[in-house]
Ligand binder design. Structure first.
Ligand code: DOR
Ligand code: ZN
Length: 357
């Protein structure tokens, strides 16, 4: 009798889950027709997002960031609230005083480092790190975080090793040469990445995507090539996915959600040279609840989605709440329509029992 009652109690306790309204600390919103279509998919659940600057042309100056912010806010449907946290795209011509002014005015929350050629629209990124030293020094002085796409572009390095090699060859030397520089290792995909972030001091953090908690490289390549699972950094072997799950569900303050939701129209994904990016904005919270429940860590979902990232960026947690409910499988569309063509939603490969109410 007692036993029965206790289990009913536990069951009802796990049917709903209320969290502080989450933040997405790494998001691609694009521009124009694509922006109009994908922005509501994030704003529906997320209060704020660190918005990536890899447009064509990129968001390089404070002036570019202010104009992009205005376009994002203009694209927000009536009645939705969302705060874009703007970033600047670091180039070898970036002016440290423009960066400092953008930070001082509150417009910009981070600067993004793309090694030239590492990923989508990274052509204007950094080739020689000596040429951005003075910008990094200024950022360390003012406490402005550097968000790092952590992959070397050396063609001699195997694509599955590019993150681990970047840590040794580039990231660790930059951090040693720039004491106090606050760094976010974006979308880590390896146990080396998780270990390096986990061992750092409080100037270091790492974002983890939803899809890297779900897929390994077999999902992309075994039994046929699946372009909608291709992103950069590319998913690695299973032991790395498990290391990411341990890091995300550890509750450690240095790990937080950055979805890297990166929409591309289907015709550019299903292509002889398909674009990198998984579009996860719509179903991310359902997937994360599933993953955290599988790991016995539902109580650590809120720090990951809603507390740790805000704390690293010096922001208050959002005042609002969202509630997820566990029940019949949530119905998500396979694709969303955009003025730039259909965009396929990331398919986790399992039914999603949790949905945001
Ligand atoms: O998969 C990715 N897509 N990785 C990135 O670093 C960029 C992103 C994009 O912009 O499409
Ligand atoms: Zn990204």
């Amino acid at each position: 009798m007692e036993k029965g009652r206790a289990s009913v109690y536990r069951l009802t306790m796990t049917q709903t889950l209320t969290l502080r309204r989450p933040d997405d600390m790494h998001l691609h919103l694009r521009d124009g027709a694509m922006l109009n279509a994908v922005l509501p998919e994030s704003a529906r659940h997320f209060a704020r997002a660190i918005v990536m600057p890899n447009l064509v042309p990129p968001v390089v100056t404070a002036r570019d960031a202010a104009a992009y912010r205005d376009r994002i806010l203009a694209a927000l449907p009536q009645g939705m609230r969302f705060e874009p946290l703007m970033t600047l795209y670091l180039t070898e011509a970036t002016d440290p005083e423009d960066v400092a002014a953008a930070h001082a005015s509150g417009l910009v929350k981070a600067v993004k480092l793309y090694p030239a050629g590492a990923t989508t629209n990274s052509q204007s990124g950094v080739k020689d790190f000596q040429n951005v030293r003075h910008v990094l020094d200024r950022m360390a002085e003012i406490g402005l975080p550097l968000c790092v796409h952590g992959e070397v572009t050396d063609p001699a390095v195997d694509i599955f090793d590019r993150e681990a090699v970047f840590i040794d060859r580039v990231l660790d030397p930059i951090r040693r040469a720039t004491p106090g520089l606050r760094v976010v290792m974006e979308h880590i995909t390896t146990e080396e990445g998780a270990a390096y972030a986990g061992a750092g001091d409080d100037t270091l953090a790492a974002t983890i995507t939803t899809h890297h908690l779900v897929i390994n490289r077999n999902h992309i390549l075994a039994g046929g090539i699946r372009p909608h699972y291709y992103c950069l950094p590319v998913a690695k072997r299973e032991k790395h996915r498990l290391a990411l799950r341990r890091a995300a569900t550890s509750g450690a303050a240095r790990f937080f959600l950055g979805t890297d939701s990166a929409p591309h129209p289907d015709h550019l994904k299903e292509h002889a040279c398909g674009c990198a990016g998984c579009f996860t904005a719509t179903n991310t919270l359902s997937i994360l609840a599933h993953v955290f429940e599988e790991e016995g860590a539902l109580d650590r979902l809120e720090p990951f989605t809603s507390l740790n990232g805000a704390a690293f960026y010096g922001l208050p947690p959002n005042p609002g709440r969202i509630t997820l409910e566990k029940g019949a499988p949530a119905a998500y569309p396979a694709k969303i329509d955009t003025g730039a063509g259909p965009v396929t939603l990331f398919d986790p490969g399992f039914p999603l029992a949790w949905k945001v109410l």
